[in-house]
Design a protein around this ligand. Structure first.
Ligand SMILES: Cc1ncc(COP(=O)(O)O)c(C=O)c1O
Length: 395
């Protein structure tokens, strides 16, 4: 490894959402415990971005700034190089985060009381975008077979035949179950969406985080017909751990839709990105590929540590390997605990801070989502700490 994925970073008293949440959950947490919840990383920041921003700051005037030529060049080149997806500058709408982007899409392309489909268990801000904007959440639960999740296409077809259902918000790859949807699956989904006149928001924020042996397919590549009704969300924030810079790139090819989207975001004053966000995105996409390749190796090592630990010590707890994302979805249902009991056990007894499965919808009850983006030593320590407490209750 030429990059440092081993140094421990302490984010205590730095305002880190993930760390502050840990202290809220358990104010007496032992020193040295690192939370494995919220999807950001416990590594030192990618050095190319740190050095590049320092250099930039020497010269930059920090005034109002719009997306500019070399930023667009970096984004279009990344999409083409990494995903074989050719986009044009005009298709890109920058937003201060992907969550902002899909809140905007809900407002732009649906009306109050319209139905919007999600595949639960799924990233819970999807529910917030739908319900806080007074739309109806239409759940089409994923089908789980021995820890492997698939889409219920018949149900999706049946639900979207209802003319009041207008939109799908898709997580691709899927957070939290870690599926990288296959081309054939996306083809089926697209076909139904086109037939039933459904607008698709394809949240592809995790698309660069793909484990060996798997390949991400960009939804837009499925057909021009789906691309014509598609909002694709990309960002460097998960890939390079730049979420604090709140910068994402939303791709809409259809001009009429794009104009409507921009109009809505402008009304919400939700369209500008900060000057460092543009620059960090540009640097990461231009210079970050080698760092990313090494990061993926660390994530793959970590998911195997977790999976093998359970298999060897607590075989009734199932931690299948993920296909994409750095989030491992672990089935603790064999413990027979309620959600409240499992949460208390994790936070108070085991000092094991993950995201509780139930927050992703009731289908996630009894599961935990472990964030793998930390030095392997921290993952090993966390597993051993959990194991010590588990031994007392595991039968
Ligand atoms: C599927 C998905 N979309 C969006 C986000 C967050 O996006 P942002 O920080 O750009 O708002 C996350 C964060 O984990 C995510 O998992």
């Amino acid at each position: 490894m030429s990059y440092d994925f081993k140094t421990r970073v302490s984010r205590k008293n730095q305002g880190s959402s993930k760390w502050e949440l840990m202290y809220e959950w358990n104010p007496n947490v032992s020193d040295g415990v690192v939370p494995l919840s919220v999807a950001d990383m416990e590594f030192k920041t990618i050095p190319e971005v740190v050095d590049g921003l320092k250099k930039y700051l020497d010269e930059a005037v920090l005034g109002y700034t719009k997306a500019y030529a070399s930023f667009f060049e970096a984004v279009t080149s990344w999409c083409s190089r990494r995903h074989g997806y050719k986009i044009e500058n005009e298709w890109i709408v920058t937003t201060p985060g992907v969550v902002n982007a899909f809140f905007g899409a809900v407002n732009a392309f649906s009306e109050p009381d319209d139905g919007i489909v999600v595949f639960r268990p799924v990233y819970y801000p999807f529910f917030m975008a739908i319900e806080r904007n007074k739309r109806k959440l239409v759940n089409c639960p994923l089908i789980e077979t021995n820890g492997y999740y698939t889409i219920d296409f018949d149900k999706f077809d049946q639900l979207t035949k209802n003319p009041k259902v207008k939109m799908l918000i898709l997580s691709s790859p899927h957070n939290p179950v870690g599926r990288v949807w296959k081309k054939e699956e996306l083809e089926k989904l697209a076909k139904i969406a086109i037939k039933n006149d459904i607008i698709v928001v394809s949240d592809e924020i995790h698309c660069d985080l793909i484990m060996p042996g798997h390949k991400h397919t960009v939804m837009a590549s499925i057909s021009p017909e789906i691309e014509d009704r598609l909002i694709t969300c990309f960002a460097p924030s998960k890939t390079f751990n730049l979420a604090g810079l709140a910068t994402s790139n939303i791709i809409i090819k259809n001009k009429e839709m794009r104009d409507k989207y921009i109009e809505t975001l402008t009304t919400m004053r939700s369209i500008a990105v900060n000057i460092f966000g543009y620059k960090a995105c540009e640097i990461a996409y231009n210079e970050g590929e080698k760092w990313l390749e090494e990061l993926l190796q660390v994530i793959d090592t970590n998911q195997k540590i977790v999976s093998e630990y359970f298999e060897k010590n607590f075989p009734k707890i199932k931690a299948p390997l993920v296909e994409g994302t750095y989030l491992q979805w672990v089935d603790f249902r064999a413990l027979g605990l309620s959600d409240a009991e499992l949460e208390k056990f994790m936070h108070m007894d085991a000092e094991f801070f993950t995201d509780e499965g139930y927050v992703f919808g009731s289908e996630g009850s009894g599961y935990e989502r472990i964030n793998l983006a930390a030095p392997s030593e921290i993952i090993v320590e966390a597993m051993e700490r959990l194991g010590k407490s588990l031994r007392k209750i595991y039968k």
